[in-house]
Design a protein around this ligand. Structure first.
Ligand code: ATP
Ligand code: MG
Length: 390
């Protein structure tokens, strides 16, 4: 029996982007997601895309799992391919849906006939197949409003497709339909979630990580790479920069008032990230900040951080509780990695009494103690190490 995967597109909201462009990008992303599983053929028709293994050998369980992480897919389903006659349709439906129907109590059949030459009309197809399945699975009852299983038969130009319930897709927009942005990624819980959330809106990701050896170790950096690897399963490949941050942090420690350490450090991060972001054609920065979570994330502190960047800063976690963020991090499988206890550069030189009601002019005055600031920023950006996470 031949089986395929049917893809239902998600929202198509961008006015400038037509369906064709949207679908072409979606198909490109699906190809990438499936590259280790096999070679697939993609056929567009109306609002669905049929995905088929070219040699019929690819593992469709693996393919389905991979496609469940591709943004821009609202729903997907596995479907069996039958000849376009009721005998073939019934035989295949009985065999293909056996397990799903034995576990169900109620079902209904829906038919869609896009080939108007097919001798039966949609309601007739549904009735005929429904009656047949009832006779083969005696325990079943029909429920047209809230069935456990909806069996769908689609009569297309060359074949009929038979499927059971839909599987929920990742939703959102295909990555790279909404431009590029650079995420400031730490080893924590929040920034990988923030990255995932913006990729879901169709944004292609670049990542920037600040490392302060010897205060931070190679293990911390390795952890960030692992996190990005998990995010890349949704977002596709991520170009990542690891920025040497020791010199700047040391200068801040030596020259600025302790209560401003974190805010000033944050502002340097924004400035350096902005340079790298522009270099990579990004139009925004992304952070994992959430109002009130820590002293550097009061609205006053966030205002000071924001003022350091001449680019929009997206903070998708801004209104979320930690619990809500953790729920997403578990879903995308970053949580267990995030809680591994390695020092982040943020935890180096943490002030004992951080300024929570910081004023921008005071912060700027403190910062001016570091005279060669521009040089330090330029140098850090230039010496950033670039890799690509796939
Ligand atoms: P996270 O869980 O994302 O680390 P957090 O609640 O621990 O967030 P902070 O450590 O204050 O908060 O960091 C706030 C944000 O600053 C992070 O979400 C991230 O975007 C950025 N950030 C922090 N440390 C780094 C770093 N070493 N490299 C790059 N960005 C960082
Ligand atoms: Mg952190």
């Amino acid at each position: 029996m031949k089986e395929i995967i049917l893809i239902k597109n998600g929202e198509l909201v961008l006015k400038g982007l037509n369906r064709n462009t949207f679908e072409d990008i979606l198909i490109k992303n699906m190809k990438k997601a499936l590259r280790d599983i096999g070679e697939f053929k993609f056929t567009k028709s109306q609002s669905t895309i049929a995905v088929e293994s070219v040699d019929g050998e690819a593992d469709l369980d693996d393919a389905t799992e991979a496609l469940k992480r591709v943004f821009g897919i609202a729903a997907l389903s596995r479907a069996a391919v039958a000849e376009k006659d009721m005998k073939s349709i019934k035989g295949i439906a009985k065999e293909y849906l056996a397990e799903e129907l034995s576990l169900a109590k109620t079902f209904k059949v829906e038919a869609k006939r896009s080939d108007k030459q097919f001798p039966l009309k949609s309601p007739e197809i549904a009735r005929d197949l429904g009656g047949f399945l009832l006779s083969k699975f005696n325990h079943l009852k029909v429920d047209v409003h809230n069935p456990d299983v909806t069996v769908t038969v689609e009569i297309r130009d060359t074949h009929a497709f038979i499927r059971g319930n839909n599987i929920k897709g990742a939703g959102g927009m295909p990555v790279s339909t909404s431009g590029r942005a650079a995420v400031l990624i730490s080893g924590g819980i929040d920034s990988p979630v923030a990255a995932y959330m913006m990729a879901k809106r169709g944004i292609e990701l670049v990542a920037v990580h600040f490392a302060s050896p010897p205060f931070t170790t190679e293990l911390a950096e390795e952890k960030v790479m692992q996190l990005l690897h998990k995010v890349a399963r949704y977002s596709g490949p991520i170009t990542v920069y690891v920025v040497p941050f020791t010199e700047i942090q040391t200068q801040i420690r030596d020259k600025c008032a302790e209560e401003y350490f974190t805010i000033i450090m944050r502002r340097y991060m924004m400035k350096i990230s902005e340079i790298l972001a522009r270099h990579q054609n990004c139009s925004a920065l992304i952070t994992g900040e959430s109002v009130g979570q820590v002293a550097s994330q009061t609205i006053y502190a966030l205002g000071c951080t924001d003022a350091a960047a001449n680019m929009p800063v997206f903070r998708p976690c801004i209104g979320m509780d930690k619990e809500e963020i953790i729920k997403i991090s578990r879903k995308i499988d970053t949580f267990e990695t995030s809680i591994q206890p390695y020092e982040d550069c943020c935890t180096v030189f943490t002030p004992r009494h951080p300024k929570t009601r910081a004023k921008l002019e005071d912060v700027i005055a403190e910062e001016s103690a570091i005279e060669n600031s521009d040089e330090l920023i330029k140098e850090a950006a230039e010496n950033a190490r670039k890799t690509v996470i796939k």
